[in-house]
Design a protein around this ligand. Structure first.
Ligand SMILES: Nc1nc2c(ncn2[C@@H]2O[C@H](COP(=O)(O)OP(=O)(O)OP(=O)(O)O)[C@@H](O)[C@H]2O)c(=O)[nH]1
Ligand SMILES: [Mg+2]
Length: 454
């Protein structure tokens, strides 16, 4: 299996290029190209999420797109000079580029060039956790790459992986193999696309079976969702800092975006960080995006994080709500976490509506926090405790194969192990676990005896 490819290597220096359109609709008083400027700011955050170091930005307001180069030949010279001045081997365009534009820009700037879609795919690739998520992302990447194969070295070196290895000099400007090789490359990619497609079908079939068997039991998991840059990962770290148990570390090594957490009532839950939502997501990426959000569908509680210091946060939140509805989780218990209150002035703080619940099923209201300073985190934990569905503890004896690492980690993270003993290739455990976990164990025939319920 080829690994999902990244196009941006860690700490790779990138020059970001944005374009504003004179004729784009705007409010009275809004300067021309304003939307493009905001979009470029978002691109800065996206580039950072993908691991790039933003070396600089270039912005231009244009009447219309140049079909050959998007920005025009003259601007390309400037971009090239900027990239040299900032020592950036990579240029990221905010707009989506046609294969021809991308090739022309690469030639003119002698740099590796990627566009917004490719950058987003890169971020998805970093977040894809489930087998299906990884396959969907790879599929989208290959489909995007196919019309961009040019016979120059670049496209195939991207497919070949080696993110970071080689550097721009080794990749760009090297005359690639001729047409014959190109045809072979295309065929190879198409074969791979076919294979991925059938693996996805297979994974789906298996999952459907598993789901039936497990009755789609939502675990005691909390999913952090929200627009990109809202502060999910910062909150994730703030929340999990409190709990550094051996067992949660064990879970963290299995899955770095899931941590165990203890609520004020002393019950334990799992929190998972997710990929950020992005406005105007290219159509071809929706499936891949949804596949990276599987854990949201399993969550017992959704924490919708938004950035109150962003004047557009209401609009962005609506986008998030829309996608949650598409995922079929609009009725799941939900808490709105209004983050970054440290950024507000005292007046703005006073003007905040109080955190009362809004209408709508599952709405647990809102909580103001600063993930950065820790303000409001305790209150948030109390609210989570109140809104999170109860999951009574049962005491069990069980026997499960040692290969069930995930299940063992889950028992350790969410339950309390009273005794354990290895026999052959199995582990025997007496433990107190929440009923949702017990239900999963039962459906997998791991339970030997149910002692008590309390
Ligand atoms: N001032 C302030 N900044 C914050 C706060 N929380 C997060 N940030 C900053 O906001 C930026 C984005 O934070 P992340 O936690 O990476 O946001 P995210 O939601 O995980 O973003 P994606 O993973 O791209 O979706 C970082 O620069 C954080 O330091 C906060 O409470 N106050
Ligand atoms: Mg994040």
């Amino acid at each position: 299996m080829t690994k999902t490819q990244h196009q941006v290597s860690n700490a790779e220096r990138a020059l970001l290029v944005g374009v504003g359109w004179k004729r784009a609709p705007r409010f009275p008083g809004m300067p021309a190209g304003e939307q493009g400027r905001e979009s470029l700011l978002e691109l800065v955050e996206l580039a950072r999420s993908a691991g790039a170091e933003v070396a600089g930005t270039v912005f231009q307001v244009r009447e219309s797109a140049d079909p050959a180069t998007l920005v025009g030949r003259g601007k390309l010279d400037e971009i090239r000079a900027e990239a040299t001045a900032h020592q950036a081997p990579l240029i990221i365009f905010d707009s989506n580029l046609s294969p021809v534009q991308q090739r022309n820009i690469e030639e003119a700037t002698e740099r590796r060039v990627i566009d917004r879609t490719q950058l987003i795919l890169d971020i998805f690739a970093r977040h894809a956790r489930s087998r299906e998520g990884q396959l969907q992302v790879e599929l989208a990447q290959l489909n995007y790459m196919l019309p961009r194969l040019t016979g120059k070295g670049t496209a195939m070196s991207r497919l070949g992986g080696k993110s970071g290895g080689g550097g721009a000099a080794g990749r760009i400007g090297v005359r690639g193999p001729g047409e014959k090789k190109l045809e072979t490359d295309r065929r190879r990619i198409r074969d791979r696309v076919g294979k991925i497609q059938s693996s996805i079908d297979e994974v789906r079939k298996q999952r459907a079976l598993r789901r039936e068997a497990r009755n789609a039991v939502p675990l005691g998991t909390i999913a952090l969702v929200g627009y990109t840059n809202a502060g999910k990962s910062t909150l994730f770290n703030a929340l999990s800092r409190a709990e550094v148990l051996v067992s949660s570390r064990m879970f963290a090594t299995l899955d770095p975006t899931i941590r165990a957490l203890r609520l004020p009532s002393n019950r334990r839950v799992l929190v998972s960080d997710t990929v950020g939502f992005i406005r105007d997501l290219p159509k071809g990426l929706l499936t891949a995006f949804r596949a990276t959000l599987e854990e949201v569908q399993e969550a017992a509680l959704i924490l919708h994080v938004s950035d109150v210091s962003n004047p557009h946060h209401d609009e962005l939140d609506e986008e998030v709500d829309k996608i949650l509805a598409e995922l079929g989780v609009e009725d799941r218990p939900r808490l709105r976490v209004l983050n970054k209150i440290d950024q507000l002035t005292p007046e703005e703080r006073k003007a905040l509506p109080n955190g009362a619940g809004r209408n709508g099923s599952g709405d647990g209201g809102s909580v103001y926090v600063s993930a950065l300073t820790g303000e409001g985190i305790e209150e948030l934990l109390r609210r989570v405790d109140a809104v999170m569905p109860t999951d009574p503890v049962v005491t069990l004896s069980m026997r499960l194969p040692l290969t069930e690492g995930r299940t063992l980690a889950l028992i350790h993270a969410l339950g309390r192990v009273l005794s354990s003993q290895v026999d052959d290739s199995h582990m025997r455990l007496d433990a107190e676990v929440p009923s949702s976990v017990a239900k999963r164990l039962r459906l997998n025939d791991f339970i030997v005896e149910e002692t008590s319920r309390r």
